[in-house]
Design a protein around this ligand. Structure first.
Ligand SMILES: Nc1ncnc2c1ncn2[C@@H]1O[C@H](COP(=O)(O)OP(=O)(O)OP(=O)(O)O)[C@@H](O)[C@H]1O
Ligand SMILES: [Mg+2]
Length: 323
C-alpha cells in the first residue's frame, strides 16, 4: 500500500487551486537540495584546530653553530633539575644522530624512540627511559631514521602535552645543530631557551640568527609573547681570555644582549663524563659540574655568584714550590 508521504514525493507537485505556475518535478527539488548542500560544505569555515595546553615548562637548548655543547648541557641541566626534585623529561630532537642517550648512559635501553611515538608505533610510556639515578628523570631518545621529516609539529605538540598531563614539570629539548626542521621543532613550543655559546666570534655570530628565530618562529612569538632567553657560555677558559685569544663574558653579553645563566669552564672531565654515560653535573669534584649546578639553581630563580671565571692566582707557597 502506498502512503500519503510517498505519493507526495513521487508525484508532480500539484499547484494549489488558482495557481497557474507550472508544477515542480520532485527530481528538480532533489537536485536543488543537493546543490545547496554542496555549497554549504564548500563555504563552511575550515575546522579550527584546537591548541593543546602544555603545562610543563619547555626549555630548548639551542645554538647557532654545531658542536658547541648543547647535548652536554641538556643532559646536565636535566639531571640537575631532577636532583632539585623536579619531574623532568629530556628529549633528543637530533633525528638521525642519537647522542643524548650515550651521554645519559642509557643507550643500551633504547627500544622505542621519539619518532616511534609520533608515528603511533608505540605508546609514550613504552618509549620513555627511566634514569637509573633519579626516579623523576626520563629520556626520550632520538630515532636513527634518515627521514628528516619524521617529526611533525602536531606530533611534537601531542608528546609535550601528554608529558605535561602526566605530571612532568620540565621538558628539556636538545636541539640539533643548524636551523632546519629539527631545530625549528625543538624550539617551537619553548617557554625558555638556553642559548649555548662558545666564546668565539663564529659561535656568537651564529647565535644571533637563533635569537631571531626564537622571536619570530615560535608558538609564543606567534601569540605576541616572548620566549625567555638565557645565555650559557661554555668551554670558557679564563687564561685564554686574559691572553686575548677568547671573547670575555662581558664581550659576549654585550654582543648578544642576554642574561647569563651559566659559564661553564673548559674541562677535560666533560669528555670523560660523556664517555662513561654520567652527565658532568654529577661529578662533584669537577669545576664544570659545579658550574652546571649553579646554572640550574639560577634557572630555578636562586642567586649564585659566577665561579671559575678568572685565572686562579697561585698562592705564595704554590709559587715557591712550583705547585
Ligand atoms: N665545558 C667543556 N669542556 C670541554 N669539552 C666540552 C665542554 N662542553 C662540551 N665539550 C665537548 O664538545 C664536544 C661537543 O659537545 P656536544 O656534543 O654537547 O655539542 P652539541 O652542541 O650537542 O653538538 P651538535 O651540534 O653536533 O649536536 C664534545 O666532545 C664535548 O665533550
Ligand atoms: Mg648535540
Amino acid at each position: 500500500m502506498t502512503t500519503q508521504t510517498e505519493t507526495t514525493i513521487m508525484d508532480p507537485i500539484t499547484p494549489a487551486s488558482g495557481n497557474t505556475e507550472t508544477p515542480i518535478d520532485a527530481t528538480v527539488v532533489e537536485a536543488v537540495a543537493k546543490v545547496t548542500a554542496e555549497v554549504a560544505v564548500a563555504t563552511a569555515p575550515a575546522p579550527v584546530k584546537t591548541e593543546r595546553k602544555i603545562k610543563a615548562e619547555v626549555l630548548v637548548v639551542t645554538s647557532g653553530k654545531g658542536g658547541v655543547g648543547k647535548t652536554t648541557t641538556s643532559a646536565s641541566i636535566a639531571c640537575g633539575l631532577a636532583r632539585q626534585g623536579k619531574k623532568v623529561c629530556v628529549i633528543d630532537f637530533d633525528v638521525g644522530l642519537r647522542n643524548l642517550d650515550l651521554i645519559m648512559g642509557c643507550e643500551r635501553r633504547v627500544v622505542y624512540d621519539f619518532v616511534n611515538v609520533i608515528h603511533g608505533e608505540c605508546t609514550l610510556r613504552q618509549a620513555l627511559i627511566k634514569d637509573k639515578r633519579f626516579d623523576n628523570l626520563y629520556v626520550l631518545a632520538a630515532s636513527q631514521t634518515r627521514d628528516k621529516d619524521a617529526l611533525t609539529k602536531d606530533g611534537v605538540e601531542k608528546v609535550l602535552a601528554d608529558l605535561s598531563d602526566d605530571g612532568f614539570q620540565f621538558i628539556v629539548c636538545d636541539s640539533p645543530a643548524g636551523i632546519e626542521k629539527g631545530a625549528f621543532l625543538a624550539m617551537y613550543f619553548a617557554d625558555r631557551a638556553i642559548v649555548v655559546v662558545n666564546p668565539e666570534v663564529s659561535s656568537v655570530r651564529d647565535s644571533d640568527r637563533i635569537l631571531g628565530l626564537l622571536s619570530s618562529k615560535t608558538r609564543r612569538a606567534e601569540k605576541g609573547q616572548k620566549v625567555r632567553e638565557h645565555l650559557l657560555l661554555t668551554r670558557y677558559s679564563p687564561a685564554r681570555v686574559e691572553k686575548g685569544d677568547m671573547l670575555s663574558i662581558k664581550d659576549v653579553q654585550e654582543i648578544l644582549g642576554l642574561e647569563v645563566v651559566g659559564v661553564i669552564p673548559e674541562s677535560p672531565e666533560v669528555l670523560q663524563s660523556s664517555n662513561s654515560g654520567e652527565p658532568v653535573i654529577l661529578s662533584a669534584e669537577s669545576n664544570a659540574g659545579q658550574a652546571y649546578d649553579d646554572a640550574v639553581a639560577r634557572l630555578l630563580g636562586q642567586k649564585r655568584e659566577l665561579r671559575f671565571t678568572s685565572v686562579e692566582k697561585k698562592g705564595f707557597f704554590a709559587k715557591l714550590f712550583g705547585g
